[in-house]
Design a binder for this molecule. Structure first.
Ligand code: BGC
Length: 768
């Protein structure tokens, strides 16, 4: 009898599991087969909050308050919902929840631009390993990061989230970022794929780019990140590329991403809902975010009508199932909601110190003794900018400001000034509170206006203090680009403050230090002479001010270098001719046809082609304020005669770096290559590799060896739709920055090489 029961139970389970399998990592095809059309469409559209879809059992809804999005669960088949949260400077969730006093703060890490300024792959991996632990412990499956669009123009409002003007640096940083996060068993979503280089009209703007510039500049970084980082997901962008929305462009999402680069994860849309859901799904956009019922209906109807094939959606659903089985929600991970925020704050502080850039240090102004009397100027000193606004903002428990950081490092701050700024801040806050809505905006969070300080007061302060520090601040964020006036350029109040402080303190033989607490590049050429030292910490996260103090006292020797050029004038960037730098509107959400198409708003011609950043400045000999790759140290380094040794697919480049100064320090070595004549016109220098030494004691040496393959030396030929590397002698240059080449060695490529691609990207003349 017992045996009979066992047999019946077995048969019952078998029948039941045949009809209704539960998702496991090895039965994806079986589950796919068991799914109804409605269920399939449900899995392709985010929005667990609306998971009660007709005919689909809800339940297992995964939600984390404040997280940007989810994928929907299908309980019948054991498919859990998963959670997606921003990124990139930490995990963005709500810090408080109803019904509990417990807080859910996340660490505010340095922004992407500062991480890239480290030029340190191991450091970035260390930071994102810590960040990824918070993703996991707060119950999130995918961090919507890193942001990695190229800094085409200094005024893109989201540059602070992004890494660099150079695709190699950007791609390597992104790959390191992805590896660190994903080492925790959670995913990343590299974004925004692709050519999303401005915020103005970001939902509709058509980026028109030559295939060459697209391949060499705007896709190259994604190519490196996909191949070397293996992200779980990619986020397609809002904008159009050569006439089509990127999220509906098959060449981009399938041919290039999957067939050429081998991506095997899911593609999700950036947050919004475009009309042609079916085209997105067909093109290889697996997941619509944040998702709504209309999108589900469109997919279901299109399959019924035969305009979308079952095979097409099965491909996407399979990708989704492969994604789901990797997630902590699927694996049943019990998150603690209690990551070690103290330990992570220390990682954030270390990272900021290792990455910030020393731009100027006349007559060894820095480091300081650490016990000086300081006159601290600038509202940003007490309203320090840890990160940007919008989805890139992190809800952190605190932000250390400059005042507190300097005091805890041992400096004595001028009391009169301290009181003045304290009162000014409360006054300004009170003023804002009178303005309805002020301070509540997600996108354009208002900041305290800079205050002018009377000359007589500065005179007194110069009497009683040893030195002056002026903190200049710039905030930026999603949905708006920065402006040339009063943003790229200093405001008249800032200029006057700097001028008065500089003249007055210097007249008394006292030094002036400027701290640039900014999110994107500003003009420096006209005023840098007013400062004895300039520190560039960007927006360095919640512990950044402490890191600045560490550098000021010499506890940390700066070793960061610029990931982009600081031009003399904004218009020196060729992209400035086609950038909405004085556009007054915010986001324009108007489809074409309802008004005359506007240049740089409805479409942007990337007429500069590949001549982005230093590729332009160095090749054409245009003066800059600070070149790409630039950064000072408290010590000096010698570069040995380099060795370039051919290998099977390229060459190994080695150089020995010796610390020739009197304090320990790290050096970033940048390897630029100039290709021989004979192929396409090329920049005279292109970054092809880089490496950073460990901390070298005075007199100590380290040999750095970097591998460069022939493929990475190639340029893209529009005429043949292929990558080409001409035969001949390549000049391999080893430099401290793009204008400071210390050594060079030849590399001989015996035969020309070509690599063909599958997708093509013609600029489509769509009549606008
Ligand atoms: C941003 C993305 C972000 C998403 C979710 C969008 O507005 O462009 O970067 O991940 O919102 O918050």
């Amino acid at each position: 009898m017992k045996r009979l029961f066992t047999i019946l139970a077995f048969v019952g389970t078998a029948v039941f599991s045949y009809a209704q399998p539960k998702l496991a990592s090895d039965n994806i095809d079986e589950v796919l087969k068991a799914m109804t059309l409605q269920e399939k469409a449900t899995l392709l559209v985010g929005g667990a909050k609306a998971a009660m879809v007709e005919g689909v059992t809800s339940g297992m809804i995964a939600q984390v308050p404040g997280a940007a999005g989810n994928t929907r669960p299908i309980e019948r088949l054991g498919i859990p919902g998963t959670v997606l949260a921003d990124g990139p400077a930490g995990v963005r969730i709500s810090p408080t929840r109803q019904g509990t006093d417990k807080t859910f703060y996340a660490t505010g890490f340095p922004v992407g631009t500062l991480l890239a300024s480290s030029w340190d792959i191991d450091l970035v991996e260390k930071v994102t390993t810590a960040m990824g632990n918070e993703v996991l412990e707060y119950g999130v499956d995918v961090l919507l990061a890193p942001g990695m669009n190229i800094h085409r123009n200094p005024l893109c409002g989201r540059n602070f989230e992004y890494f660099s003007e150079d695709p190699l640096l950007s791609g390597k940083m992104a790959a390191a970022y992805v590896r660190g996060i994903q080492s925790n068993g959670v995913g990343t979503s590299i974004k925004h794929y692709a050519a999303n280089n401005q915020e103005t009209n970001r939902n509709e703007n058509d980026s028109r780019i030559s295939p060459r510039a697209l391949r060499e500049i705007y896709l190259k970084n994604f190519e490196i990140a996909v191949k070397e980082g293996k992200p779980w997901t990619v986020m397609s962008s809002y904008n159009k590329l050569n006439g089509e929305y990127t999220q509906q462009k098959e060449e981009l999402l399938t041919t290039t991403l999957r067939d050429e680069w081998g991506f095997d994860g899911i593609v999700m849309t950036d947050w919004g809902s475009k009309e042609n859901t079916v085209k997105s799904a067909k093109s290889g956009n697996d997941l619509m975010e944040p998702g709504n019922q209309r999108e589900i209906d469109r997919i279901v109807n299109a399959v019924k009508e035969g305009t979308l094939s079952e095979a097409e959606i099965d491909r996407n659903v399979r990708n989704m199932l492969k994604y789901v089985v990797k997630t902590p929600h699927f694996k049943g991970y019990k998150n603690s909601d209690a990551p070690d925020l103290k330990a992570h704050a220390m990682v954030a502080r270390e990272a900021a110190g290792e990455s910030l850039v020393l731009l100027r240090n006349e007559k060894e102004t820095l480091p300081l003794k650490g016990n000086e009397k300081v006159a601290l100027y600038g509202v940003t000193s007490i309203d320090f900018i840890a990160g940007g606004t919008g989805s890139g903002n992190v809800n952190k428990a605190y932000v250390v400001n400059m005042e507190d950081a300097l005091e805890s490092a041992g400096f004595t701050l001028d009391k009169t000034l301290k009181n003045y700024y304290k009162n000014y801040k409360s006054y300004d806050d009170a003023l804002k509170a009178l303005t309805p809505g002020a301070g509540r905006s997600f996108f354009n969070v208002p900041r305290i206006a800079e205050s002018s300080i009377p000359a007589a007061a500065i005179s007194k302060e110069a009497e009683v203090n040893d030195l002056a520090i002026v903190v200049l601040g710039r905030n930026a964020g999603e949905a708006a680009d920065r402006k040339q006036m009063d943003d790229f350029e200093l405001t008249s109040v800032e200029r006057e403050l700097l001028q008065n402080v500089s003249t007055t303190f210097r007249a008394k033989g006292k030094k002036v230090i400027v701290i640039l607490n900014i999110g994107g590049v500003i003009e420096t050429a006209s005023w840098k002479g007013l400062a004895d030292a300039i520190i560039l910490p960007w927006s360095p996260g919640q512990e950044g001010a402490n890191a600045i103090a560490d550098v000021m006292t010499g506890k940390v020797n700066p070793s960061g270098k610029l990931p982009m050029t600081f031009p003399v004038n904004f218009i020196d960037h060729p992209s400035s001719a086609n950038f909405p730098y004085n556009y007054q509107g915010q986001q324009v959400r108007m489809p074409f046809g309802r008004r005359a198409p506007q240049k740089d708003v409805d479409y942007t011609d990337y007429s500069e082609g590949i001549w982005v950043g230093y590729r332009h400045f160095v090749t054409r000999g245009v003066d800059v304020s600070y070149p790409f790759g630039y950064g000072l140290s408290y010590t000096s380094f010698n570069y040995s005669t380099p060795v370039v040794k051919a290998s099977s697919d390229g060459f190994d480049a080695s150089v020995t770096i010796t610390n020739t100064g009197s304090v320990a320090g790290k050096e970033v070595v940048e390897v630029y290559v100039q290709a021989p004549d004979g192929g396409l016109e090329k920049p005279v220098r292109e970054l092809r590799a880089f490496a950073k030494t460990r901390l070298l004691a005075p007199g100590e040496s380290q040999t750095l060896t970097m591998h460069i393959d022939d493929y990475s030396l190639a340029s893209f030929n529009d005429a043949t739709n292929s990558w080409e590397a001409p035969a001949g002698v390549y000049d391999v240059m080893f430099g401290g920055n793009v204008c400071d080449i210390r050594r060079s060695a030849p590399y001989k490529m015996k035969k020309a090489k070509t690599w063909s691609v599958k997708a093509s990207y013609p600029i489509v003349d769509n009549g606008i």
